[in-house]
Write a protein that binds this ligand. Structure first.
Ligand SMILES: NC(=O)c1ccc[n+]([C@@H]2O[C@H](COP(=O)([O-])OP(=O)(O)OC[C@H]3O[C@@H](n4cnc5c(N)ncnc54)[C@H](OP(=O)(O)O)[C@@H]3O)[C@@H](O)[C@H]2O)c1
Length: 368
């Protein structure tokens, strides 16, 4: 499914192509009036050394478009997979990296009524190219974020907490007191699951990989609202025996790792439970114990937020309502941004390389 980057990039690509020799006689007869710094790549590759900071020019905005100053944008696993060429949707080249982030509206077209100068906004769809200092796009490509939440909260809400929120609402009818089990519990999605579940009165069993400072991580996740934190190794060794004396068996399992770890989550689900797979960080096929499917009638589901948003693309009110609900949680302190490191935009290479190392907090690029 290549070629999904739309208007945002198209004008800029024309300019880049037209800006070379012979431009004056070509199809590109407009004059650039703004320019931005953008993190651009022109090939896929496993080593992630293909990203370059470039100056890109763009023209005056049209009646339905908006100019944004990007403020902050995280580096998510999907951004890495896109650069590597392993994501199911891939950009046309030259591509600007980054799918998520928050921008401030600095100029609106004459016909735009949905946002105003000074608003904070988030891209609706994947492939926006958020790693840049400015961008022009259609107003319909944006959702609003209120300015009374933290910058970091706004920059990181539209992908991971959005995913956590939908997965907790869409697969099992959970009631307060029910239990959810997840692996990758310290991921940004996992942290959001912990907090949103706690706000809904759900109990969470949180599996993480062992690490040097496991005790510190466990304490952090418990401070966010995790009921139980357990390493994969410990779970293999002891099972959930003691925990299940205190809480019901989980009805929902969330898997972002795959391999043995995903099977481990599944094997601890209650009869009739659902395993939702939304990531494959271990890059290994999900190992499913046959007896869980046969004797416990477990359902296996997948969730892809990009597709969920595209399915509901015409209902901007629905998409905005999820952002609003999450922002209300940010405001009330029920939800906090993920554990992260703020990285000046120019030091992007450091943020990219840190993202593929184990046990790292989320890297967030600061443009302003
Ligand atoms: N389907 C969707 O719509 C959707 C939406 C959002 C995110 N996701 C996916 O959800 C996953 C988490 O995203 P995120 O942004 O929350 O991640 P993140 O904050 O960047 O954290 C990465 C997580 O992956 C774990 N991890 C990394 N390599 C691993 C490996 N080889 N084996 C096991 N665990 C490993 C890390 O554990 P350590 O700390 O132990 O390294 C950490 O928990 C990714 O796969 C992402 O693509 C999917």
């Amino acid at each position: 499914m290549r070629g999904f980057f739309r208007g945002v990039l198209r004008a800029q690509r024309l300019w880049v192509q037209g800006g070379g020799p012979g431009w004056g006689a070509g199809y590109c007869h407009w004059r650039p009036i703004h320019s931005c710094s953008a993190l651009v790549y022109r090939r896929h590759g496993p080593d992630l050394d293909q990203l370059r900071m470039e100056q890109w020019d763009f023209q005056a905005i049209g009646p339905h478009s908006v100019r944004l100053q990007m403020l902050a944008a995280p580096v998510n696993p999907a951004d890495i997979n896109m650069m590597q060429g392993t994501y199911p949707i891939l950009p046309e080249f030259p591509a600007v990296g980054g799918n998520e982030g928050v921008g401030e509206v600095v100029e609106v077209g004459d016909e735009v009524t949905s946002v105003r100068v000074g608003d904070w906004v988030l891209p609706v769809d994947a492939g926006f190219g958020t790693w840049r200092t400015e961008v022009v796009c259609e107003a319909t490509e944006l959702l609003r974020a209120p300015r009374d939440v933290s910058l970091l909260g706004a920059a990181t809400i539209a992908v991971n907490p959005f995913t956590a929120y939908r997965m907790l609402h869409d697969f099992q009818q959970l009631r307060p007191g029910d239990t959810v089990i997840q692996n990758g519990a310290n991921s940004s999605v996992g942290q959001a699951v912990i907090q949103i579940a706690a706000a809904l009165g759900l109990r969470t069993i949180n599996i993480v990989r062992n690490r040097p400072n496991y005790e510190g991580l466990s304490a952090d996740l418990k401070a966010m609202g995790a009921d139980y934190v357990i390493t994969e190794e410990e779970l293999h060794r002891t099972g959930l025996g003691l925990i299940l004396q205190e809480v019901p068996k989980p009805r929902l399992g969330l898997n972002c790792v795959g391999g043995l770890s995903g099977g481990l989550v599944l094997s601890h689900l209650d009869s009739g439970g659902t395993l939702v797979t939304y990531g494959g960080m271990a890059k290994k096929p999900l190992q499913i114990p046959a007896k869980s499917l046969i004797f416990k009638n477990i359902s296996l589901k997948g969730f892809w937020m990009t597709q969920w948003k595209r399915n509901n693309r015409k209902d901007l009110h629905l998409l905005q309502s999820v952002v609003d609900a999450l922002c209300a949680m940010l405001r009330s302190g029920q939800l906090t941004p993920p554990r992260c490191v703020l990285v000046p935009f120019q030091q992007y290479a450091q943020a990219i390389q840190a993202t593929v190392q184990p046990h790292q907090p989320k890297q967030v690029l600061l443009m302003q």
